[in-house]
Write a protein that binds this ligand. Structure first.
Ligand code: URP
Ligand code: ZN
Ligand code: ZN
Length: 466
């Protein structure tokens, strides 16, 4: 293909402005944006008339090929990134879980090997700290030089290696404060959830609906509050991932009002589904088990308000895909054995366009901020990724704002045996997607080859404390 591509006749939408403009791409980067741009005679031309032209979307919360029990999430870096492209996502940042006893360097090496040769989009990693030994805490300082700007910690899942207690949290947060690495936190009170789960099982409550009943919003709000206070003491900014409830969001809002540097993310499943989905017959409710759990309509309204007033600045998929057969089904007879997680890497942008833009809740610019630019900024990917400006990587989405698709598992591009979005009609779809100037997806087909994706070095924040 020519080194030059002209995307002509579309409406460019960025997080800050929109207008009719062509986009000229040269050698994998955006060269110019403007009207009637001249292109060389051999340039590849893409007609974007009637479409939006947006920066490639950034999904900074995925779980690809993640070990769980004696299996792994059902999308690897090949199928998961194929699905990402079909939704318009050109960069993912995945949770790289530290195996017990491994260093963070080992962890990154393991995740690099999973991604290399398979990824079809560009990628980064959040090391998930499971063993905060002195050596691992010291190693956090080396992450920025390795192109890593974040780490992830879990306050939930007590009884697994993911869970960290308060003493461990403050040590990780303090190391983050000293180094500028941003901690991402799964905030639910894992020990009290454990008590409620054991109590429910003892009383004979085994159905998927009990997943939500044993993880009430109060336990999310309490953990959000505690995480923020610990981060304040440690002197680090913090990001709360997958905020699901009005109560948790209130804690974020209050902290932000006090001037605390707290970023917050929500995910499509908390807008598209509700707690009642866990009651679906024939154990289908297991398809809707994720943590924090699905909530009530009032929580959804609060999340929309949070996106509108910018309390919530990030919108990621938390794509954590488990098959129904043999995986979700393990929890028949004991809801606590249902693997937690839901798909969304492909659906995320269309869900937000359908429920947010077409309803008038979000402007098109705010949509771009939520699915691309805001994440790129928070995760250290700007200006290379997530923005449409000269010099940026030519990761671009030609978006048909009016096209609809009715989701069924046969038209999904991942490998999972079901989709919780089955039967849902989404408006707004990616018609063509470019990664570094190359067409990676067009007219329903993924054209990027496995292994075409590259590791992206991210830029960490400056340290807060000496
Ligand atoms: O249910 C979820 N969210 N599973 C993925 C792991 C996590 O908690 O992020
Ligand atoms: Zn989580
Ligand atoms: Zn997650």
């Amino acid at each position: 293909m020519s080194a030059e591509t002209l995307i002509a006749g579309g409406r460019v939408v960025s997080a800050g402005w929109s207008g009719e403009a062509d986009v000229l791409v040269h050698d994998g980067r955006i060269l110019a944006i403007g009207r009637n741009l001249p292109a060389s005679a051999g340039a590849h031309r893409i007609d974007a008339t009637g479409a939006r032209v947006m920066p490639g979307f950034v999904d900074a919360h995925t779980h690809l090929d993640m070990p769980f029990a004696d299996f792994a999430t059902g999308d690897d870096w090949d199928t998961g990134t194929a699905a990402a492209l079909a939704g318009g996502t050109t960069t993912v940042v995945d949770m790289a879980i530290q195996p017990e006893g491994a260093s963070l360097a080992d962890t990154l090496q393991i995740w690099n090997e999973k991604a290399r040769g398979r990824a079809r989009v560009d990628y980064g990693f959040h090391p998930v700290i499971t063993t905060p030994s002195d050596a691992v805490l010291a190693e956090i300082a080396s992450l920025p030089d390795a192109g890593i700007a974040t780490v992830k910690v879990f306050m939930a899942y007590r009884g697994t290696s993911l869970y960290l207690d308060d003493e461990a949290l403050i040590e990780v947060f303090s190391a983050c404060g000293r180094t500028g690495v941003l901690p991402l936190v799964h905030a639910e009170n894992g020990s009290i959830i454990d008590v409620l789960v054991h109590r429910a099982l003892k009383e004979g409550h085994v159905d998927p609906s009990w997943h939500a009943l044993t993880r009430p919003p109060e336990l999310e709000a309490e953990a959000v509050h505690r995480a923020i206070r610990l981060a304040e003491i440690a002197g680090t900014p913090i990001m709360i991932v997958h905020v699901s409830s009005a109560a948790a969001l209130d804690e974020v809002r209050r902290a932000q009002a006090r001037g605390v540097d707290v970023l917050a993310e929500t995910c499509p499943q908390y807008l598209a589904f509700q707690r009642a989905d866990l009651d679906r017959a024939n154990f289908e409710g297991a398809k809707y088990v994720c943590s924090p759990p699905l909530r009530e309509p009032a929580d959804q309204q609060a999340l929309w308000a949070g996106m509108a007033d910018r309390t919530l600045g990030l919108f990621s998929s938390d794509h954590c895909p488990f098959h129904f057969a043999g995986q979700k089904e393990r929890g028949r007879g004991d809801f606590s054995l249902i693997p937690n997680g839901i798909v969304g890497i492909e659906e995320r942008p269309s869900v937000l366009w359908t429920l947010g833009v077409t309803t008038g809740r979000l402007s098109e610019e705010r949509f771009v901020d939520l699915v691309a630019t805001g994440s790129a900024r928070a995760h250290g990917l700007l200006p290379t990724k997530g923005s449409i400006q000269p010099g940026a990587d030519a990761d671009l989405v030609i978006w048909d704002p009016d096209a609809t698709i009715t989701v069924t598992n046969a038209n999904r591009h991942g490998a999972i045996d079901h989709t919780p979005y089955e039967g849902m009609t989404l408006r707004g779809v990616a018609s063509t997607v470019l990664v570094r100037g190359e067409v990676a997806y067009a007219d329903g087909a993924v054209t990027a080859k496995p292994g075409s994706g590259r590791f992206v070095r991210r830029i960490a924040r400056p340290p807060r404390v000496a």
